[in-house]
Design a protein around this ligand. Structure first.
Ligand SMILES: Cc1cc2nc3c(=O)[nH]c(=O)nc-3n(C[C@H](O)[C@H](O)[C@H](O)COP(=O)(O)O)c2cc1C
Length: 221
């Protein structure tokens, strides 16, 4: 697959076939992704692969917490506490496009809640990867994690796999660390659903939008 197609054709996949992903393929994906760059080659990534029982235990724990009204306590603030333009509008559009693909009306709070809880079921994916970083590392190493994450998603495409990065699955990091036996020393960055996409599902058939290059680029003399 050419690099343009690999990058431009990646989407967040939110419906999966009921088909396992062999351990050897997951390993190959990680073998490719480990070539991501990192400041002074520190390679700050720690990955836990959850499948079967561990994935189910995480789903149960996250659903329980959400249904019991437990307040999320993520290890970091992903988003601003107060949204401002242009980000506010883009975020709104992102939600509208997703709900339209799921055929959920603006006022249908119940279906919206179900759609958001589908995150905790990893959208039916057979595998969920969890990405952690050691708390001794600084802000710079968090970009390394972003590059690693994108490398995982692109390498997965090379094997016909789809993925969806999910900050939502780090809403209750203590529960996830506990189930995966990860020390508190590590912050949970996000989960990533991984599996063979169900291309028939409308939720996998829409594309998110992007701004034109001119809107975010200036050319200095
Ligand atoms: C770090 C990260 C966390 C994300 N968390 C979620 C999430 O919790 N749930 C979800 O459905 N999508 C999540 N997304 C997917 C974004 O909504 C998606 O990347 C964006 O809308 C662009 O769409 P695309 O990935 O299909 O190009 C996340 C993306 C990133 C990079």
């Amino acid at each position: 697959m050419d690099i343009k197609e690999a990058i431009e054709g990646r989407i967040s996949v939110r419906a999966y076939q009921d088909k396992p992903v062999p351990k050897s393929i997951i390993t190959e994906v990680l073998e490719t992704a480990r070539w991501a760059p990192s400041g002074t080659n520190t390679q700050p990534w720690k990955v836990v692969v959850a499948q079967g029982q561990s994935k189910q235990a995480i789903t149960n724990a996250l659903l329980d917490a959400a249904r019991n009204g437990v307040k999320p306590n993520p290890d970091y603030l992903y988003y601003p506490e107060e949204w401002v333009e242009p980000f506010k509008g883009r975020r709104f559009q992102c939600g509208m496009d997703l709900y339209q693909a799921l055929d959920i009306g603006r006022e249908d709070k119940e279906k919206r809640l179900e759609a958001s809880l589908a995150n905790y079921r990893f959208f039916g994916a057979p595998v969920s990867l969890f990405f952690f970083i050691d708390n001794v590392m600084g802000k710079g190493s968090w970009f390394d994690m972003g590059m690693f994450l994108q490398s995982v998603m692109l390498a997965a495409r090379g094997h016909g796999l789809g993925s969806c990065p999910q900050a939502s699955t780090s809403d209750y990091p203590d529960l996830v660390r506990d189930i995966l036996d990860v020390p508190d020393q590590y912050s949970l960055i996000c989960g990533l659903s991984l599996g063979y996409p169900d291309d028939e599902m409308p939720v996998n058939q829409y594309r998110t939008r992007r701004e034109d290059v001119e809107s975010f680029t200036t050319w200095a003399d």
